[in-house]
Design a protein around this ligand. Structure first.
Ligand code: ATP
Ligand code: MG
Length: 396
Protein backbone atom coordinates (compact mmCIF):
# COMPACT_ATOMS: atom_id res chain seq x y z
CA UNK A 1 0.00 0.00 0.00
CA UNK A 2 1.57 3.28 -1.15
CA UNK A 3 1.59 6.26 1.20
CA UNK A 4 1.25 8.86 -1.59
CA UNK A 5 1.59 9.24 -5.36
CA UNK A 6 4.77 7.63 -6.75
CA UNK A 7 7.79 9.85 -7.24
CA UNK A 8 9.16 9.16 -10.69
CA UNK A 9 12.83 9.47 -9.95
CA UNK A 10 14.14 8.47 -13.39
CA UNK A 11 11.87 10.92 -15.11
CA UNK A 12 13.22 13.67 -12.86
CA UNK A 13 16.84 12.62 -13.50
CA UNK A 14 16.37 12.26 -17.26
CA UNK A 15 14.61 15.58 -17.76
CA UNK A 16 17.21 18.00 -19.17
CA UNK A 17 15.32 20.83 -17.51
CA UNK A 18 16.29 19.45 -14.09
CA UNK A 19 19.51 21.36 -13.37
CA UNK A 20 19.73 21.26 -9.58
CA UNK A 21 18.54 18.65 -7.11
CA UNK A 22 18.76 19.56 -3.43
CA UNK A 23 18.56 16.78 -0.84
CA UNK A 24 17.29 18.19 2.45
CA UNK A 25 16.16 16.62 5.68
CA UNK A 26 16.96 16.40 9.36
CA UNK A 27 20.16 14.89 10.76
CA UNK A 28 21.22 11.38 9.84
CA UNK A 29 18.27 10.48 7.58
CA UNK A 30 20.36 9.71 4.49
CA UNK A 31 20.81 13.04 2.67
CA UNK A 32 24.42 12.37 1.69
CA UNK A 33 23.65 8.80 0.64
CA UNK A 34 20.64 9.89 -1.42
CA UNK A 35 22.54 12.73 -3.11
CA UNK A 36 25.41 10.42 -4.05
CA UNK A 37 23.07 7.66 -5.26
CA UNK A 38 21.04 10.07 -7.38
CA UNK A 39 24.19 11.59 -8.86
CA UNK A 40 25.55 8.18 -9.77
CA UNK A 41 22.27 7.07 -11.32
CA UNK A 42 21.84 10.28 -13.34
CA UNK A 43 25.42 9.99 -14.65
CA UNK A 44 24.87 6.35 -15.59
CA UNK A 45 21.80 7.48 -17.50
CA UNK A 46 23.84 9.93 -19.54
CA UNK A 47 23.92 13.21 -17.65
CA UNK A 48 26.97 15.29 -16.77
CA UNK A 49 26.67 15.43 -13.05
CA UNK A 50 28.48 16.98 -10.14
CA UNK A 51 27.58 15.97 -6.59
CA UNK A 52 28.32 18.47 -3.86
CA UNK A 53 28.62 16.51 -0.63
CA UNK A 54 28.92 17.79 2.90
CA UNK A 55 30.77 15.68 5.46
CA UNK A 56 30.40 12.30 3.74
CA UNK A 57 31.40 9.30 5.84
CA UNK A 58 35.07 8.55 5.25
CA UNK A 59 34.55 5.27 3.45
CA UNK A 60 31.93 6.72 1.15
CA UNK A 61 34.21 9.66 0.36
CA UNK A 62 37.05 7.28 -0.43
CA UNK A 63 34.97 5.18 -2.75
CA UNK A 64 33.97 8.33 -4.62
CA UNK A 65 37.61 9.28 -5.04
CA UNK A 66 37.39 12.11 -2.53
CA UNK A 67 40.58 11.63 -0.62
CA UNK A 68 41.28 15.28 0.12
CA UNK A 69 39.25 18.34 0.88
CA UNK A 70 40.41 20.47 -2.00
CA UNK A 71 37.09 22.11 -2.62
CA UNK A 72 36.96 21.36 -6.33
CA UNK A 73 35.01 18.69 -8.20
CA UNK A 74 36.96 15.50 -9.01
CA UNK A 75 35.97 12.72 -11.41
CA UNK A 76 34.57 9.69 -9.60
CA UNK A 77 36.62 6.66 -10.65
CA UNK A 78 34.64 3.65 -11.79
CA UNK A 79 31.33 5.49 -12.01
CA UNK A 80 30.63 3.71 -15.31
CA UNK A 81 28.89 6.69 -16.87
CA UNK A 82 30.82 6.80 -20.17
CA UNK A 83 28.83 4.05 -21.84
CA UNK A 84 25.73 6.21 -21.57
CA UNK A 85 27.63 9.37 -22.55
CA UNK A 86 27.48 10.80 -19.05
CA UNK A 87 30.05 11.76 -16.43
CA UNK A 88 30.25 12.00 -12.67
CA UNK A 89 32.23 14.44 -10.57
CA UNK A 90 32.06 14.84 -6.84
CA UNK A 91 33.38 17.22 -4.27
CA UNK A 92 33.31 17.68 -0.53
CA UNK A 93 32.44 21.07 0.76
CA UNK A 94 35.21 22.69 2.75
CA UNK A 95 33.46 25.60 4.31
CA UNK A 96 36.53 27.38 5.66
CA UNK A 97 38.18 27.19 2.30
CA UNK A 98 35.07 28.39 0.48
CA UNK A 99 34.91 31.35 2.85
CA UNK A 100 38.61 32.08 2.27
CA UNK A 101 38.12 31.90 -1.48
CA UNK A 102 35.35 34.46 -1.33
CA UNK A 103 37.52 36.79 0.69
CA UNK A 104 40.39 36.38 -1.77
CA UNK A 105 38.14 36.90 -4.77
CA UNK A 106 36.51 40.04 -3.45
CA UNK A 107 39.26 42.05 -1.84
CA UNK A 108 42.73 43.20 -2.79
CA UNK A 109 45.59 40.96 -1.62
CA UNK A 110 46.60 43.11 1.39
CA UNK A 111 43.10 43.37 2.68
CA UNK A 112 42.48 39.68 2.05
CA UNK A 113 45.54 38.80 4.06
CA UNK A 114 44.40 41.04 6.89
CA UNK A 115 40.99 39.38 6.97
CA UNK A 116 42.29 35.82 6.71
CA UNK A 117 44.69 36.37 9.59
CA UNK A 118 42.06 37.90 11.81
CA UNK A 119 41.22 35.58 14.73
CA UNK A 120 37.61 36.67 14.72
CA UNK A 121 37.34 35.80 11.04
CA UNK A 122 39.00 32.47 11.67
CA UNK A 123 36.51 31.48 14.31
CA UNK A 124 33.56 32.85 12.36
CA UNK A 125 34.51 31.00 9.20
CA UNK A 126 34.90 27.66 10.86
CA UNK A 127 32.39 27.61 13.66
CA UNK A 128 29.57 30.09 13.31
CA UNK A 129 26.30 28.19 13.21
CA UNK A 130 25.00 28.55 9.70
CA UNK A 131 28.33 29.14 8.01
CA UNK A 132 28.27 25.67 6.55
CA UNK A 133 24.79 26.18 5.10
CA UNK A 134 25.78 29.54 3.73
CA UNK A 135 28.89 28.08 2.14
CA UNK A 136 26.92 25.22 0.61
CA UNK A 137 24.70 27.85 -1.04
CA UNK A 138 27.74 29.83 -2.12
CA UNK A 139 29.39 26.77 -3.64
CA UNK A 140 26.17 25.82 -5.39
CA UNK A 141 26.05 29.30 -6.93
CA UNK A 142 29.67 28.93 -8.07
CA UNK A 143 29.09 25.51 -9.63
CA UNK A 144 26.01 26.78 -11.44
CA UNK A 145 27.85 29.80 -12.81
CA UNK A 146 30.73 27.59 -13.99
CA UNK A 147 28.12 25.87 -16.17
CA UNK A 148 30.29 22.79 -16.72
CA UNK A 149 27.66 20.31 -15.57
CA UNK A 150 24.12 19.86 -16.66
CA UNK A 151 23.00 18.54 -13.29
CA UNK A 152 24.18 19.55 -9.82
CA UNK A 153 23.09 17.33 -6.95
CA UNK A 154 23.44 19.08 -3.61
CA UNK A 155 23.71 17.41 -0.25
CA UNK A 156 22.93 19.69 2.70
CA UNK A 157 24.81 20.04 5.98
CA UNK A 158 23.97 17.90 8.99
CA UNK A 159 21.68 19.94 11.16
CA UNK A 160 18.84 19.15 13.47
CA UNK A 161 16.36 20.95 11.31
CA UNK A 162 16.03 20.79 7.56
CA UNK A 163 14.96 24.42 7.61
CA UNK A 164 18.45 25.52 8.61
CA UNK A 165 19.61 25.20 5.04
CA UNK A 166 17.14 27.84 3.94
CA UNK A 167 17.43 30.05 7.00
CA UNK A 168 21.14 30.09 7.67
CA UNK A 169 22.29 32.37 4.83
CA UNK A 170 19.90 35.04 5.96
CA UNK A 171 20.86 34.49 9.55
CA UNK A 172 24.51 34.93 8.66
CA UNK A 173 23.63 38.05 6.70
CA UNK A 174 21.63 39.39 9.63
CA UNK A 175 24.49 38.63 11.95
CA UNK A 176 27.04 40.34 9.74
CA UNK A 177 25.13 43.55 9.55
CA UNK A 178 23.21 43.19 12.76
CA UNK A 179 23.11 45.75 15.51
CA UNK A 180 25.74 44.25 17.72
CA UNK A 181 28.22 44.19 14.90
CA UNK A 182 27.36 47.79 14.01
CA UNK A 183 27.94 48.91 17.56
CA UNK A 184 31.20 47.04 17.74
CA UNK A 185 32.45 48.26 14.42
CA UNK A 186 31.37 51.88 14.78
CA UNK A 187 34.61 53.19 16.35
CA UNK A 188 36.85 52.06 13.53
CA UNK A 189 34.31 52.97 10.91
CA UNK A 190 33.73 56.50 12.07
CA UNK A 191 37.28 57.37 13.05
CA UNK A 192 38.74 60.78 14.02
CA UNK A 193 36.51 63.65 14.93
CA UNK A 194 33.41 62.05 13.56
CA UNK A 195 34.13 59.23 15.93
CA UNK A 196 34.41 61.60 18.89
CA UNK A 197 31.11 63.15 18.01
CA UNK A 198 29.57 59.74 17.71
CA UNK A 199 30.72 58.55 21.07
CA UNK A 200 27.91 59.23 23.43
CA UNK A 201 28.03 58.21 27.06
CA UNK A 202 25.64 55.35 26.35
CA UNK A 203 27.71 54.04 23.51
CA UNK A 204 30.91 54.09 25.55
CA UNK A 205 29.13 52.18 28.22
CA UNK A 206 27.94 49.57 25.75
CA UNK A 207 31.38 48.98 24.28
CA UNK A 208 32.82 49.09 27.78
CA UNK A 209 30.54 46.27 28.87
CA UNK A 210 31.22 44.30 25.72
CA UNK A 211 34.96 44.78 26.16
CA UNK A 212 34.66 43.38 29.65
CA UNK A 213 32.75 40.40 28.41
CA UNK A 214 34.64 39.49 25.31
CA UNK A 215 37.99 41.09 26.05
CA UNK A 216 39.75 44.05 24.48
CA UNK A 217 41.71 41.95 22.02
CA UNK A 218 38.60 40.24 20.76
CA UNK A 219 36.85 43.58 20.35
CA UNK A 220 39.78 44.91 18.33
CA UNK A 221 39.71 41.73 16.22
CA UNK A 222 36.04 42.20 15.52
CA UNK A 223 36.54 45.85 14.69
CA UNK A 224 39.39 45.27 12.25
CA UNK A 225 37.53 42.37 10.76
CA UNK A 226 34.42 44.43 10.19
CA UNK A 227 36.36 47.38 8.83
CA UNK A 228 38.11 45.17 6.32
CA UNK A 229 35.05 43.14 5.56
CA UNK A 230 32.66 46.02 5.24
CA UNK A 231 33.04 46.42 1.51
CA UNK A 232 32.13 42.79 1.01
CA UNK A 233 28.85 42.78 2.89
CA UNK A 234 26.85 43.81 -0.13
CA UNK A 235 28.44 41.08 -2.20
CA UNK A 236 27.68 38.40 0.36
CA UNK A 237 24.05 39.33 0.61
CA UNK A 238 23.59 39.74 -3.09
CA UNK A 239 25.02 36.34 -3.85
CA UNK A 240 22.98 34.66 -1.14
CA UNK A 241 19.89 36.30 -2.61
CA UNK A 242 20.87 35.25 -6.14
CA UNK A 243 21.28 31.65 -5.05
CA UNK A 244 17.98 31.83 -3.20
CA UNK A 245 16.30 32.95 -6.41
CA UNK A 246 18.09 30.20 -8.31
CA UNK A 247 16.53 27.72 -5.90
CA UNK A 248 13.11 29.08 -6.80
CA UNK A 249 13.47 28.47 -10.53
CA UNK A 250 11.72 25.49 -12.12
CA UNK A 251 15.11 23.88 -12.94
CA UNK A 252 15.55 23.15 -9.25
CA UNK A 253 14.02 20.12 -7.56
CA UNK A 254 13.97 19.77 -3.79
CA UNK A 255 13.83 16.27 -2.42
CA UNK A 256 13.03 15.96 1.24
CA UNK A 257 14.63 12.92 2.79
CA UNK A 258 13.17 11.35 5.93
CA UNK A 259 13.23 8.06 7.73
CA UNK A 260 9.81 6.65 8.70
CA UNK A 261 10.13 7.97 12.24
CA UNK A 262 8.09 10.64 14.02
CA UNK A 263 10.83 13.29 14.37
CA UNK A 264 12.18 12.97 10.86
CA UNK A 265 8.71 13.07 9.31
CA UNK A 266 7.70 16.03 11.44
CA UNK A 267 10.76 17.91 10.17
CA UNK A 268 9.92 16.83 6.63
CA UNK A 269 6.42 18.25 7.10
CA UNK A 270 7.75 21.62 8.27
CA UNK A 271 10.11 21.68 5.35
CA UNK A 272 7.43 20.88 2.78
CA UNK A 273 5.29 23.70 4.15
CA UNK A 274 8.17 26.11 4.14
CA UNK A 275 9.09 25.28 0.53
CA UNK A 276 5.59 26.06 -0.58
CA UNK A 277 5.60 29.35 1.37
CA UNK A 278 8.87 30.30 -0.29
CA UNK A 279 7.61 29.11 -3.66
CA UNK A 280 10.44 26.63 -4.01
CA UNK A 281 9.89 23.60 -6.26
CA UNK A 282 9.40 20.42 -4.25
CA UNK A 283 9.82 17.21 -6.25
CA UNK A 284 8.90 14.79 -3.51
CA UNK A 285 9.68 12.87 -0.35
CA UNK A 286 12.29 10.14 -0.14
CA UNK A 287 11.32 7.77 2.60
CA UNK A 288 14.63 6.15 3.44
CA UNK A 289 15.44 3.07 5.51
CA UNK A 290 11.98 1.62 5.23
CA UNK A 291 11.67 -1.89 6.65
CA UNK A 292 10.15 -4.70 4.68
CA UNK A 293 9.67 -8.39 5.29
CA UNK A 294 10.05 -11.30 2.90
CA UNK A 295 7.16 -12.98 4.72
CA UNK A 296 4.78 -10.02 4.89
CA UNK A 297 1.73 -12.29 4.64
CA UNK A 298 2.37 -13.73 8.08
CA UNK A 299 0.92 -11.10 10.42
CA UNK A 300 2.47 -10.16 13.75
CA UNK A 301 -0.49 -11.64 15.62
CA UNK A 302 -0.35 -14.97 13.82
CA UNK A 303 3.39 -15.11 14.20
CA UNK A 304 3.14 -14.53 17.96
CA UNK A 305 0.38 -17.09 18.23
CA UNK A 306 2.54 -19.64 16.40
CA UNK A 307 5.46 -18.90 18.74
CA UNK A 308 3.14 -19.33 21.68
CA UNK A 309 1.94 -22.68 20.34
CA UNK A 310 5.51 -23.96 20.23
CA UNK A 311 6.06 -23.18 23.87
CA UNK A 312 5.33 -25.85 26.45
CA UNK A 313 2.11 -25.29 28.37
CA UNK A 314 2.43 -23.54 31.75
CA UNK A 315 4.03 -25.78 34.40
CA UNK A 316 5.22 -28.27 31.82
CA UNK A 317 8.76 -26.96 31.93
CA UNK A 318 8.76 -24.62 34.88
CA UNK A 319 11.11 -21.68 35.00
CA UNK A 320 10.58 -20.10 38.39
CA UNK A 321 12.92 -17.20 37.56
CA UNK A 322 10.68 -16.30 34.68
CA UNK A 323 8.04 -14.94 37.02
CA UNK A 324 5.12 -15.96 34.82
CA UNK A 325 6.00 -13.64 31.90
CA UNK A 326 6.53 -14.80 28.32
CA UNK A 327 8.36 -18.10 28.41
CA UNK A 328 11.93 -17.87 27.11
CA UNK A 329 12.64 -19.45 23.75
CA UNK A 330 14.87 -22.07 25.32
CA UNK A 331 11.94 -23.51 27.23
CA UNK A 332 10.83 -25.19 24.03
CA UNK A 333 12.13 -27.89 21.81
CA UNK A 334 12.11 -25.34 19.00
CA UNK A 335 14.03 -22.38 20.38
CA UNK A 336 15.13 -21.12 16.96
CA UNK A 337 11.67 -21.26 15.50
CA UNK A 338 10.22 -19.40 18.48
CA UNK A 339 12.93 -16.74 18.31
CA UNK A 340 12.42 -16.33 14.56
CA UNK A 341 8.64 -16.03 14.93
CA UNK A 342 8.99 -13.43 17.66
CA UNK A 343 11.51 -11.48 15.59
CA UNK A 344 9.17 -11.62 12.64
CA UNK A 345 6.32 -10.34 14.78
CA UNK A 346 8.45 -7.43 15.96
CA UNK A 347 9.41 -6.57 12.42
CA UNK A 348 5.80 -6.70 11.26
CA UNK A 349 4.87 -4.33 14.08
CA UNK A 350 7.67 -1.98 13.05
CA UNK A 351 6.54 -2.12 9.42
CA UNK A 352 2.98 -1.31 10.47
CA UNK A 353 4.14 1.63 12.59
CA UNK A 354 6.27 2.97 9.73
CA UNK A 355 3.36 2.65 7.35
CA UNK A 356 1.04 4.56 9.70
CA UNK A 357 3.57 7.39 9.96
CA UNK A 358 4.04 7.55 6.21
CA UNK A 359 0.29 7.57 5.67
CA UNK A 360 -0.14 10.36 8.19
CA UNK A 361 2.42 12.42 6.27
CA UNK A 362 0.70 11.73 2.97
CA UNK A 363 -2.71 12.55 4.39
CA UNK A 364 -1.36 15.95 5.44
CA UNK A 365 0.43 16.49 2.10
CA UNK A 366 -1.58 14.49 -0.42
CA UNK A 367 0.08 16.02 -3.46
CA UNK A 368 3.64 15.13 -2.47
CA UNK A 369 5.04 12.18 -4.44
CA UNK A 370 6.93 9.59 -2.41
CA UNK A 371 9.74 7.14 -3.20
CA UNK A 372 10.68 4.52 -0.64
CA UNK A 373 14.11 3.02 -0.12
CA UNK A 374 14.47 -0.19 1.84
CA UNK A 375 16.83 -0.25 4.81
CA UNK A 376 19.93 -2.06 3.62
CA UNK A 377 21.52 -4.67 5.86
CA UNK A 378 24.75 -2.64 5.92
CA UNK A 379 25.89 0.97 5.73
CA UNK A 380 26.12 2.39 2.23
CA UNK A 381 29.76 3.13 1.57
CA UNK A 382 30.69 2.11 -1.95
CA UNK A 383 29.53 2.64 -5.52
CA UNK A 384 27.92 -0.79 -5.73
CA UNK A 385 25.78 0.00 -2.68
CA UNK A 386 24.95 3.46 -4.06
CA UNK A 387 23.79 1.80 -7.25
CA UNK A 388 21.45 -0.42 -5.26
CA UNK A 389 20.01 2.66 -3.53
CA UNK A 390 19.57 4.37 -6.91
CA UNK A 391 17.68 1.36 -8.22
CA UNK A 392 15.52 1.23 -5.12
CA UNK A 393 14.73 4.93 -5.56
CA UNK A 394 13.46 4.49 -9.05
CA UNK A 395 11.73 1.13 -8.73
CA UNK A 396 9.64 1.68 -5.67
N1 ATP B 1 18.79 2.88 2.91
C1 ATP B 1 19.79 2.73 3.78
N2 ATP B 1 20.06 1.51 4.31
C2 ATP B 1 21.06 1.32 5.17
N3 ATP B 1 21.86 2.28 5.61
C3 ATP B 1 21.66 3.53 5.14
C4 ATP B 1 20.63 3.82 4.20
N4 ATP B 1 20.68 5.14 3.92
C5 ATP B 1 21.69 5.64 4.65
N5 ATP B 1 22.29 4.69 5.38
C6 ATP B 1 23.42 4.85 6.33
O1 ATP B 1 22.97 5.71 7.35
C7 ATP B 1 24.01 6.55 7.79
C8 ATP B 1 23.57 8.01 7.65
O2 ATP B 1 23.39 8.29 6.27
P1 ATP B 1 23.85 9.68 5.66
O3 ATP B 1 25.23 10.01 6.05
O4 ATP B 1 23.55 9.63 4.19
O5 ATP B 1 22.83 10.63 6.38
P2 ATP B 1 22.81 12.23 6.39
O6 ATP B 1 21.38 12.64 6.38
O7 ATP B 1 23.68 12.74 5.30
O8 ATP B 1 23.46 12.50 7.81
P3 ATP B 1 24.02 13.92 8.35
O9 ATP B 1 22.79 14.70 8.75
O10 ATP B 1 24.86 13.51 9.50
O11 ATP B 1 24.75 14.55 7.23
C9 ATP B 1 25.22 6.21 6.93
O12 ATP B 1 26.03 5.34 7.66
C10 ATP B 1 24.63 5.50 5.73
O13 ATP B 1 25.51 4.54 5.16
MG1 MG C 1 25.34 14.03 5.41
Amino acid sequence: MRPGPALEVDRLLDDPRTRIIVCCGSGGVGKTTTAAALGLRAAQRGRHVVVLTVDPARRLAQSMGLSSLDNTPRPVPGAGAEAAGGSLHAMMLDMKRTFDEIVAAHSDPDRAEQILANPFYQSLSSSFAGTQEYMAMEKLGQLRRADEWDLIVVDTPPSRSALDFLDAPQRLGRFLDGRLIRVLSAPTKAGGRAYLKFVTAGFTMVTGVITKIIGAQMLRDVQTFIAAFDTMFGGFRERAEDTYRLLQTPGTAFLVVATPEPDALREASYFVERLSEDRMPLAGLILNRVHRSPAARLSAARSLAAAEALLPAAGENSHPANGGGAAPADATKYPLAVAALRLHAERMQLIAAERRLAQRFSAAHPGVPVARVTAQPEDVHDLAALKVIGEALSHD
